[in-house]
Ligand binder design. Structure first.
Ligand code: BMA
Length: 324
């Protein structure tokens, strides 16, 4: 893995008063970017070789949800494979997968691990790995159905792999809190602990219906920075925004700070208009600690993929100074 390259970046526009700002050329991936796609959104990227690799959620024109590999020299211009990822069996015999969506990607030790929402008698957390983004292996599902938003930490914590997830139901889930689970081997998961619950409506309504972890947590001097989506139920349906929390480095079930205001909420035309309006849904972030930069990748209105930027130090300052 190569961490030294430049991540996508654009300076904050003059007069911008928010902590995060959007890329001027958003969305970076359009809905019909491959011949079969209806929409390409909620996708994950990571530094790879001289550029970047990604795992993309593409719903095809039959609205079959699947994940596709893609490559980019700069993190902005992407070539996405026309065929979905085909998995071989990893640490178990092949598991049924009726659908795959909302992938996350992380490098741990010697390989790239992928988690996604796997259709196995309802949604649960699928796990797979690859060394080269060409050959992929599928492992045991992490949990029983129903669960979504499985997000691995980028290194073992107290000797074990750690994963955030959001137990849910078989539908559009009108509830949901974030839990952490641990595993010695990426196969058997336990020690499930609650990390963060939804907020009381009168305190922070944007995150009062359900929450779910987004990108891979980033280790900072304050602890693990976790960006997450939060949902409010409105008379026009769910609205998905993005907030941030900082978890204790050694005991990540302990929340140190959590933002009361959101960091970003749907506001641009491509976030307000699409197959599911009023959704911004982050699944990945590239960052440079030296340059104090973060580039957040998010699905916009369940239709396209967009990027937003922020300075790591300002995001952390904002979360600490606006904590619940
Ligand atoms: C969630 C998931 C996401 C989607 C969001 C908004 O339940 O299905 O993939 O972006 O709803 O529709």
């Amino acid at each position: 893995m190569n961490n030294l390259k430049d991540i996508p970046w654009q300076e904050k526009p003059a007069h911008c008063e928010t902590v995060m700002w959007r890329f001027s050329e958003n969305p970076i991936i359009q809905r019909y970017s491959i011949p079969t796609s209806n929409s390409i959104f909620n996708s994950a990227v990571i530094p790879y070789n001289d550029g970047f690799a990604g795992v993309f959620r593409c719903d095809n024109k039959a609205i079959q949800m699947n994940i596709y590999a893609g490559f980019s020299p700069n993190g902005i211009d992407w070539e996405i494979n026309y065929k979905p990822i085909e998995f071989k069996s990893g640490n178990t015999q092949m598991i049924d997968s009726d659908y795959k969506y909302d992938p996350r990607v992380v490098f741990i030790e010697d390989r790239y691990w992928i988690t996604w929402c796997n259709g196995y008698h309802g949604p649960t957390i699928g796990i797979g790995y690859t060394f080269d983004f060409k050959e992929f292996f599928q492992c045991e599902n992490a949990f029983l159905p129903f669960n979504r938003n499985g997000v691995l930490f980028p290194k073992k914590i107290n000797g074990k792999y750690a994963m955030l997830s959001r137990p849910s139901d078989n539908g559009h889930t009108p509830f949901g809190d974030i839990y952490i689970s641990y595993s010695p081997d990426m196969k058997y998961w336990g020690e499930h602990r609650c990390v963060m619950k939804v907020t009381p409506f009168e305190k922070s309504a944007w995150q009062s219906t359900k929450i779910g972890a987004g990108p891979i947590p980033i280790l900072t001097s304050e602890g693990w920075l976790v960006l997450y989506h939060g949902v409010i139920s409105t008379c026009n349906g769910f609205r998905y925004s993005i907030g941030g929390a900082i978890l204790d480095q050694n005991q990540p079930e302990k929340v140190k700070y959590r933002s009361q205001p959101y960091l970003m909420a749907p506001a641009e035309y491509y976030e307000l208009n699409g197959d599911v309006p009023n959704v911004i849904f982050p699944c990945a972030a590239l960052h440079s600690a030296e340059k104090d930069q973060l580039a957040l990748y998010y699905g916009a209105a369940d239709t396209t993929t967009a990027i937003a930027f922020g300075k790591l130090s300002e995001i952390i300052y904002f979360i600490k100074n606006n904590t619940l």
